[in-house]
Design a protein around this ligand. Sequence first.
Ligand SMILES: [Mn+2]
Length: 408
Amino acid sequence: MLLWLASLLLAPTLVTPQEYKLRRANLRGALPDSAVILFAAPDTSRDPRSAMLPDPNFYYLTGWSQPGAVLLLTSDAEILFLPPHDEQVEVAEGRRVAADDPDAGRLTGFGEVRSTDVWEAELRRLAASVSRVYALKQDPRFEAVRRTLPGLEIADAAHSLARLRMVKSDTEVALIQHSIAVSIEAHRAAARRIRPGVAEYQIAAAFTGSLLDQGCERPAYRTVVGSGPNGVVLHYSTLRRRMDRGETVVIDAGAECAGYAADITRTYPVEGRFTPRQRELYNLVLGAQKAAIAAVKPGESLGPKGAPTKAAKQYLDAHGKPVDGKPLSHYFVHGIGHHVGLEVHDAFVPTEPLAAGNVITIEPGIYLPGEQIGIRIEDMVLVTESGAKVLTADLPRDLAQMEKAVAR
Ligand SMILES: [Mn+2]
């Protein structure tokens, strides 16, 4: 909770306690006659290198970001368990909320708040009256749940949670839009820094400095600044190289604000002018991206057989020349996009088609190691009832504007 206070104050809106309650009600409705047990991120305050990030599923359902908490849901019960006060931890980290605090209910939004000392006993008691118990299989504490309920098969809650998280509420879209506005400003600051001789880490510094200055927590993922040959490395984050004349530079960067991620990629000419070959490839990737965005609509899929992927590949092969005897789409080596939300690669169910309220990226790219060119263009899109709305449209992506953003 305290972790995000700074950016929460600057965020355009807040998720209300009522919305968190509604999310829990939706999960309970999706898993009738069941108990669900979930864990907040463990307390890593003794590790000075730990960023102590909240667990996204737990945060989605509770808005509670203090570590060590446990959530137990059944059709007619909601219990939040909080760790007891620990003087040593609180000397270092500040005061935390515990179950025996008189205002624990008001601060957490839960009618029933208890100590984590009793979660196993409560789980055993409630599990006896339901037909199924759910937990997250990916969570290391899944084993602790198993030990608590020996002989019982524990089901995975991952898909039920992902299905809910895929559809963003209006408040979530507003929060994502805020992360995008901050990221666009930070991308502009990064682009202004581009010139021959400047190091990749200096571009990343301009991006991070801007988002911190705007009150956001951190980059939502490791910032990619790949110049020249590094542009073909998809998640390149070494950032030690100095940019040179005649190259392109890929900037894949997004801010995390009030918990929500943005994810945007732009490719610039280092000298403010693309070479003829770079122009050709840039316009092919841009054309492929526009074709893919036009193919986004409810019912479609982001998978390799979905319409957005097919549209992008068809565009590349119809308009671009083969390279080394292979069609250009051969050099588009990753997926067309992914869901974005509390995580930059947000929870999703692979078999679940796109639906209104999904927030996704569309990010085709062409990577030619032989020519030392990587070009990627990534925008964020809201799936609507009738198609798609580009949320990142305020950051230019047409060729002339990319040149203008760098040239001076
Ligand atoms: Mn992405």
